[in-house]
Design a protein around this ligand. Structure first.
Ligand code: 13P
Length: 247
């Protein structure tokens, strides 16, 4: 059976104390399950509390929501990879749509972050996805492929298998509008075709994100192209999140 990945992106929520309480409750509800891996992406200040609370659960991993590509220096407010790793992170999101469209992260910057994470042996979870106007203009695949090429520009074919891709259509994030399983499948196929052109020789994990919830997770995960979900709002409640991870 293909491994399924359930990734919780807590965005700018969940304090260290709240993370400890969340994990304690969630772990009671979600025993380790064969073929399932769980990722948690807390805010940087809650990385260590989350990691500590998850200790002993080998089916879980913790990642940063963003990292800088430089290992240290005068970058006020940013989190370096050594800082994230020191707090327990073994991966990071890169190019989340909020980083791209709210904070102005460029495609070239996503590439530097992916390369820096791989050099430090952390897992990059590269997020790609089109705006509503781009979808309506028929540019979805072109946008996603451009973002993939930029994000993976410095990655050797052999290292591609260390990267996770998350397709998150921007119009579906936090809006309650989800791509249908069939819509997501079309884009996931285009992503896989591009990954093959870039030299990926094994199946890479490609997740879907954007208004995933307890009511639609099962139908999305039933698609053979969808290897897991990246979830914002519906990952903030341990009971609701355990329903999704138990799908
Ligand atoms: P929502 O699940 O709240 O739509 O957020 C998706 C997301 O951005 C996950 O990274």
């Amino acid at each position: 059976m293909r491994p399924l990945i359930f990734a919780a992106n807590w965005k700018m929520q969940v304090t260290p104390a709240e993370a400890r309480a969340f994990v304690a409750r969630f772990l009671e509800l979600h025993p380790p399950r064969e073929g399932r891996a769980l990722w948690f992406f807390p805010a940087a200040v809650s990385l260590e509390a989350t990691t500590t609370a998850l200790q002993g659960r080998g089916d879980t991993r913790v990642g940063a929501q963003d990292v800088h590509w430089e290992p240290k220096g005068a970058f006020t407010g940013a989190t370096s990879i050594p800082l994230a790793r020191g707090a327990g992170a073994t991966g990071a999101l890169v190019g989340h749509s909020e980083r791209r469209h709210v904070f102005g992260e460029t495609e070239a910057e996503t590439g530097r972050k992916v390369t820096a994470l791989l050099a430090a042996s952390l897992t990059p979870m590269l997020c790609v996805g089109e705006l509503l106007a781009e979808r309506e203009a028929g540019q979805t695949e072109a946008v996603v492929i451009r973002q993939l090429r930029a994000g993976l520009a410095g990655v050797s074919p052999a290292d591609l298998q260390c990267v996770v891709i998350a397709y998150e259509p921007v119009w579906a994030i936090g809006t309650g509008r989800t791509a249908t399983p069939a819509d997501a499948t079309v884009v996931h196929r285009a992503i896989r075709a591009e990954l093959a052109r870039l030299g990926a020789s094994t199946r890479m994990s490609v997740l879907y994100g954007g208004s995933v919830n307890g009511g639609n997770a099962a139908s999305l995960l039933a698609e053979v192209e969808i290897d897991g979900v990246l979830v914002g709002g519906a990952s903030l409640d341990p009971v609701g999140w355990a329903e999704i991870t138990g799908t």
